[in-house]
Design a protein around this ligand. Structure first.
Ligand code: PLP
Length: 430
């Protein structure tokens, strides 16, 4: 593989880093859709299998298209090495398996993606791995949660869906003092806006499904870190466990990464414009977007990220008339995520209003994915975070009135008009 000068700019490396050419001299990177690779003779096969000679043997252990994707992402994140995975969840699960074993303990932010919560609460305890949940924005709580058997600090920043921002340099000090790796899911910002390794993180995780692809086409994941962790620990493990990326998906992701900076910057600008319009609407209670001055970590986000990102959430101002006779009285609507727990009347009305707004959208797609060039809207409490318990949802601050928009490349005014269809009409002034 031709190694590019690391001083080349991010944009140059987005289209060039990691490229390899076969004997045919193709300009566009090739897709190596092959499960295995042929050797010249038995001795060479033995040497490649044992690792004495570099080469590809079987695509579960490595594939040239995946290697190009990995080298490009490592370059963009500023990491020594990268390994691709079948999905973002495969990347998270594999990282935990490489770092922790039965009897170990992890410290994890309460503000993480729903399936990530499920992994730490429902799956890992079965393998003897315990988790302490801490608020993303309170470094003292992270320090206090560390135990002698803690093996990893894990967070997303900004978090999905509330866009809370972690103080990475502060948390990296906590991690250093404890001798524990700080693992950051950088899916929402991508390296185009934020490079956690430069701010003291040890390992970066991606759901490449999101902005690295950028067009909602394939699932993929990746882990970036030191050669020692990725190549010596994680790669041999994933070669055996098999949660690897398809070479076809790696090729799609290589195409996606060529435009990541252009897309994510423009989508962030669109998200900021939409956030400002929503903030000015009398029926919008709160907009959660780190690019807005109203965001509690606006200044931290401005230091850590080169733009706010393309995801925002908002809730409606629900005045007593809209809530009707709502209150704490229970309804028969299941809260979701735990049998026997029901919404109260207030929560049920909030859900109703949020769903009404979502259902009125004609342009914005009702889908839980994010990272697409086309804007999407979802109700996190019943979709991305619908399977976690009501208590975990409350800890993450995800109420029934919250809606998340992942802003695409459409004109933000068109998006605003579309969302306005379902916004309750302001009450006439008396
Ligand atoms: C922040 C974050 N991390 C991880 C994931 C999981 O990624 P995947 O769906 O590729 O497994 C998601 C999916 O939405 C996500 O939003």
């Amino acid at each position: 593989m031709k190694h590019l000068d690391p001083d080349l700019s991010f944009e140059t490396r987005s289209v060039r880093a990691g490229s390899m050419r076969s004997a045919f001299g193709e300009h566009s990177e090739a897709i190596f859709l092959t499960s295995s690779f042929v050797c010249d003779n038995a001795a060479q096969a033995a040497a490649v299998f044992s690792g004495d000679v570099e080469g590809f043997v079987y695509s579960r252990a490595g594939n040239p298209t995946n290697a190009m994707f990995e080298a490009r992402l490592a370059s963009l994140e500023g990491g020594e090495a990268c390994i691709s995975a079948a999905s973002g969840m495969a990347a998270i699960q594999s990282t935990v398996m490489a770092l922790a074993a039965a009897g170990d303990h992890l410290v994890v932010s309460t503000s993480v993606f729903g399936a990530t919560v499920q992994l730490f609460t429902s799956i890992l305890p079965r393998f003897g791995i315990e988790t302490t949940w801490v608020p993303l924005t309170d470094p003292a709580a992270w320090a206090a949660a560390i135990r002698p058997n803690t093996k990893m600090l894990f967070l997303e920043t900004p978090s999905n869906p509330l866009m809370e921002v972690a103080d990475l340099p502060a948390l990296s000090k906590v991690a250093r003092a404890a001798g524990v790796p700080l693992v950051v899911d950088n899916c929402i910002c991508t390296p185009a806006l934020q490079r956690p390794l430069e701010q003291g993180a040890d390992i970066v995780i991606h759901s490449a499904t999101k902005y690295l692809d950028g067009q909602g086409r394939v699932l993929g994941g990746a882990v970036v870190g030191s050669k020692d962790f990725i190549d010596a620990r994680l790669r041999p493990m994933m070669r055996t466990t098999g949660a690897v990326l398809s070479p076809f998906n790696a090729w799609v992701l290589l195409r996606g990464m060529e435009t990541v900076s252009l897309r994510v910057l423009q989508q962030s600008a669109n998200a900021l414009a939409l956030a400002r319009l929503l903030e000015a609407h009398p029926q919008v209670e709160r907009v959660y977007y780190p690019g807005c001055e109203s965001h509690p970590q606006f200044e931290l986000a401005a230091r850590q990220q080169s733009a706010g990102g393309a995801v925002l959430s908002f809730s409606l101002r629900v005045d007593p008339d809209m809530l009707g006779s709502a209150g704490d009285a229970p309804t028969d609507t299941p809260a979701g995520g735990q049998a026997g727990v029901f919404l109260n009347r207030r929560e049920a009305r909030l859900r109703e209003h949020a769903w009404r707004l979502i259902d009125a959208c004609e342009l914005v797609s009702i889908t839980a994915n994010l990272g697409d060039t086309r804007s999407t809207i979802t109700h996190p409490a019943t979709t991305t975070h619908g399977r976690i318990t009501p208590a975990a949802r409350a800890a993450a601050g995800i109420g029934q009135g919250l809606m998340r928009v992942a802003v695409g490349l459409e004109d933000p005014l068109d998006l605003y008009r579309d969302l306005q269809r379902g916004l309750p009409r302001p009450k006439p002034l008396a």
